[in-house]
Design a protein around this ligand. Structure first.
Ligand SMILES: Cc1cc2nc3c(=O)[nH]c(=O)nc-3n(C[C@H](O)[C@H](O)[C@H](O)COP(=O)(O)OP(=O)(O)OC[C@H]3O[C@@H](n4cnc5c(N)ncnc54)[C@H](O)[C@@H]3O)c2cc1C
Length: 92
């Protein structure tokens, strides 16, 4: 649908569709662009993973994916917070 985020991402080559529908992504849901690169900044959940993953439409599957993705993002955020805190210069 023109004007929607998925449409814009597809049009810009930031994500790409599989031959079966859904979007190309890694096992953790990280989306790959039109030339197969993975930035690690965009993730798919649920039916958007269709074509890469068969069992991905029922709520229990989506809940599992969401929980796994939350753990992954929390680990990444934790790393960034620790790195940032090392560089912090307190005033005075
Ligand atoms: C008829 C039917 C029966 C099902 N029965 C079951 C079942 O019994 N058990 C089970 O586990 N699963 C069932 N499923 C599957 C499950 O409901 C879906 O896979 C799941 O809801 C998908 O979740 P989602 O968040 O990806 O998408 P959705 O639930 O479709 O949510 C997407 C949301 O985004 C909104 N949206 C869309 N475009 C825009 C936009 N441009 N801007 C803002 N908002 C937007 C939509 O209004 C919607 O609220 C069923 C699915 C269908 C179609």
């Amino acid at each position: 649908m023109a004007g929607t985020l998925p449409y814009g991402l597809l049009a810009d080559g930031m994500v790409c569709e599989t031959a079966l529908g859904g979007l190309h992504c890694r096992e953790d849901g990280a989306l790959t662009d039109a030339v197969g690169r993975c930035s690690g900044d965009l993730f798919a959940l649920g039916p958007m993973r269709w074509g890469t993953l068969f069992e991905t439409t029922a709520i229990p599957e989506i809940r599992r994916q969401a929980a796994d993705l939350a753990v992954l993002l929390k680990e990444r955020c934790g790393r960034h917070v620790r790195e940032a805190s090392c560089e912090t210069v307190l005033p005075g």
